[in-house]
Design a protein around this ligand. Structure first.
Ligand SMILES: [Cu+2]
Length: 123
């Protein structure tokens, strides 16, 4: 193989690597492009975690049930349902997302196990 051939191969390899880098940055740019700040709450062994969860206004919070039984993500307290959301997560892996656009303190609970309480603090 001549030195010229090796140079051509090296250039081709560089192009492939550059192409891969470009493709990898694409989805990341799209993720940021949605404008979404995101945060997560895990439901595990009859507890919401973390509690409280502090986020900035405009954050999309996703709850994920990791228990094998049904829980709900219900806005407010067992005494006062505020009607913002009330979603059953019927099995392991079920998720629910809600975007908090206004600063404030948002309590929530599980309507099947009222001792399960959580809170989102939006600032
Ligand atoms: Cu529950």
């Amino acid at each position: 193989m001549s030195p010229a051939h090796i140079l051509v191969l090296a250039c081709a390899a560089a192009l492939v690597l550059a192409g891969c880098g470009g493709a990898a940055s694409g989805p990341r740019a799209g993720w940021e492009g949605t404008g979404g700040k995101r945060a997560a709450v895990t439901i595990q062994t009859f507890q919401f975690r973390p509690v409280p969860l502090g986020v900035k206004a405009g954050t999309r919070v996703t709850w994920t049930n990791t228990d094998d039984i049904e829980h709900t993500v219900t806005s407010g307290t067992p005494e006062i349902h505020d009607g913002r959301f009330n979603t059953p997560l019927d099995s392991k892996g079920a998720t629910f997302s809600f975007t908090f656009t206004e600063p404030g303190t948002y309590p929530y609970f599980c309507d099947r196990h009222n001792e399960m309480r959580g809170e989102i603090r939006v600032n």
